[in-house]
Design a protein around this ligand. Structure first.
Ligand code: HEM
Length: 412
C-alpha cells in the first residue's frame, strides 16, 4: 500500500519531541503544550519529521473509535520519504504483518482468535501460578534485608508467568526476556534480538503443533484464523511483548505509589483493600504505555480545528488524555474507583479482551504476595531520589530500592 500524497511543510510552531530542549523540559512542558496548542498539537519527531500529537481525552477517543478515518497500517504514512535508514523510531513505525497493524476483516479475525485463546485462561490457576512465581522470586532476596524491586521482581514476574501461559519452556525464558528488552531498547541489538525471538516463536509453534497442550499457543494453532505460520509467529511475539513489559511497569509503578503515598500506607501494614485502588490510580497518573504511534489519516479531515491530510501520522497520548483537565480535576483523586482512563487504549485496536483483566490478576497478585511476605518493607532512598527512565513512550522506574527486616520473610 503506497499513498502518493502532497505533504506540505511542517506546521508553524510545531513542538520538537526530541533534542536537548525536550530532554531538559520543565515539569509543566505538557501542560503548557495543552494551553498553547489545544488537544491536537503539531509536533516534530527526530529529524524534524512532522506528526500530530493527540492529547485531548475526547480526541483520543474519537481517533481510536473511528478506524475508517484513522487506520493502523503504517504503510499509509505520507512522510516515509523523510525517514533515514537508521531512524530510532523505526521499530515503532516499521510495518510488520502482525495483528497490531492489520486492518478490517483480517484484523477482526486475528483479534477474535487472540481473545478466544486468552479467554480460555483459568483466572484462578493464573492467580496460583503468580503466587508461586512471586514466592520463588522473593525467596531469592528475602534473607538479604534489601532489594531492588524492579530488577529482582517487577521485571521478572510477568514474563515468567506469561511464558508458562504460552507454553514457552522455563529454560528459554531468560533469553526471551533479554531479547524482548533489546527490542524495546531499539538500539543496535534490536534487529538480531527480533530475529532470535521470531525463531523462538517458530520453534514454539512447531512443538505445540506436534504436542498440543493446555496453553495459549496450542489454542491459537487450533484456531482457523491462522493459515500462515508467519502470522501466528508475529502475533505470539506481540502478545508476549505487549503483555509482559507494561504489566511489569504497572507492578513497579504501583509498588512505588504504595511506598511513597500515605493514602496507601495502610496496605503496607497488612490491609489489602487498596491494592486494587493503587493499581487503578497508577493507570491514571503513571500509566506504563504513555504514548503510542499511532494512527494514519485515511482521508483529509478536521480534528479539533486542525486540518489533517491523508497519510498524516497521529501519535496517541494515553497519559496526556488521562490528565486532560476536562476529565480530571486538578485536585486528583478521580482515579480511585473510576476506570474510564485510556491506559488500555480504546476501540478495535485497544488492548484486547480479556488481556487487561489477566494483566490485572498478574499485577494484583504480585503486589499482594510481596506485601504479605515483606510487611515492614520501606524505601531505601528518599522518594525524590527515585528516577524515572527518560522515555517518551513508557513510564517505568530505573530502580526501586527497598529495605525490610529479613526475619519478616520466613519463606513459605
Ligand atoms: C496479559 C497482558 C497483556 C496482553 C496479552 C496484551 C496484549 C495486547 C495486544 C495483542 C494488543 C494489540 C491489539 C490490536 O492491535 O488489535 C494490545 C494493545 C494495547 N495494550 Fe495490551 N496487553 C497486555 C497488557 C497491557 C497492559 C498492562 C497495558 C497498559 C497498562 C496495555 C496497554 C495496551 C494499549 C494502550 C494497547 C493499544 C495500542 C493501540 O491502540 O494502538 N496492555 N495489547
Amino acid at each position: 500500500m503506497t499513498h502518493e500524497t502532497a505533504r506540505p511543510p511542517a506546521e508553524e510552531g510545531a513542538v520538537r519531541l526530541y533534542g536537548e530542549e525536550f530532554d531538559q523540559r520543565s515539569k509543566d512542558f505538557f501542560e503548557r503544550m495543552r494551553r498553547e496548542h489545544g488537544p491536537v498539537v503539531p509536533v516534530l519527531l527526530e529529524g524534524d519529521i512532522p506528526a500530530w500529537y493527540v492529547i485531548g481525552y475526547r480526541e483520543v477517543n474519537h481517533v481510536t473509535g473511528n478506524p475508517a478515518l484513522f487506520a493502523r497500517d503504517t504503510r499509509r504514512w505520507n512522510a516515509w520519504d523523510l525517514v533515514p535508514e537508521n531512524w530510532s523510531l523505526l521499530p515503532f513505525v516499521g510495518w510488520n504483518p502482525s495483528v497490531l497493524l492489520a486492518e478490517g476483516e483480517e484484523h477482526q479475525r486475528r483479534s477474535a482468535a487472540i481473545s478466544d485463546a486468552l479467554d480460555a485462561v483459568d483466572r484462578t490457576e493464573l492467580g496460583d501460578s503468580c503466587e508461586r512465581t512471586a514466592d520463588a522470586l522473593i525467596d531469592e532476596f528475602a534473607g538479604d534485608g534489601e532489594a531492588d524491586l524492579i530488577s529482582r521482581f517487577a521485571d521478572r514476574l510477568p514474563p515468567l508467568v506469561m511464558a508458562r501461559l504460552f507454553g514457552v519452556p522455563d529454560a528459554e525464558v531468560p533469553d526471551m526476556i533479554r531479547d524482548i528488552q533489546y527490542v524495546a531498547g531499539s538500539d543496535e541489538n534490536a534487529v538480531p534480538a527480533h530475529q532470535r525471538l521470531q525463531e523462538m516463536m517458530r520453534a514454539l509453534a512447531a512443538s505445540r503443533r506436534a504436542r498440543p497442550g493446555p496453553d495459549v499457543t496450542s489454542r491459537l494453532l487450533e484456531h482457523s484464523a491462522y493459515d500462515a505460520t508467519d502470522d501466528l509467529v508475529n502475533d505470539l511475539l506481540i502478545m508476549l511483548s505487549a503483555g509482559h513489559l507494561p504489566t511489569g511497569h504497572w507492578i513497579g509503578n504501583t509498588l512505588r505509589l504504595m511506598l511513597v503515598d500515605e493514602r496507601f500506607a495502610v496496605t503496607l501494614q497488612g490491609g489489602r483493600g487498596s491494592v486494587a485502588q493503587a493499581l487503578n490510580q497508577v493507570l491514571w497518573e503513571d500509566t506504563p504505555s504513555q504514548n503510542n504511534i499511532g494512527r494514519f489519516a485515511v482521508h483529509a479531515c478536521e480534528l479539533a480545528g486542525r486540518r489533517i491530510r491523508p497519510g498524516d501520522m497521529l501519535i496517541l497520548g494515553w497519559a496526556a488524555a488521562n490528565a486532560d483537565p476536562q476529565v480530571q480535576p486538578p485536585a486528583h483523586g478521580v482515579g480511585v474507583g473510576n476506570r474510564a482512563h485510556l491506559s488500555f487504549g480504546h476501540g478495535d485496536h485497544g488492548c484486547p479482551f480479556p488481556a487487561p483483566e489477566l494483566a490485572e490478576v498478574i499485577a494484583r497478585t504480585a503486589v499482594e504476595v510481596l506485601l504479605d511476605r515483606l510487611p515492614d518493607m520501606e524505601l531505601a532512598v528518599e522518594a525524590d531520589e527515585l528516577l524515572w527512565l527518560p522515555s517518551f513512550w513508557v513510564r517505568r522506574l530505573a530502580s526501586l530500592p527497598v529495605r525490610f527486616s529479613p526475619a519478616a520473610a520466613p519463606g513459605r
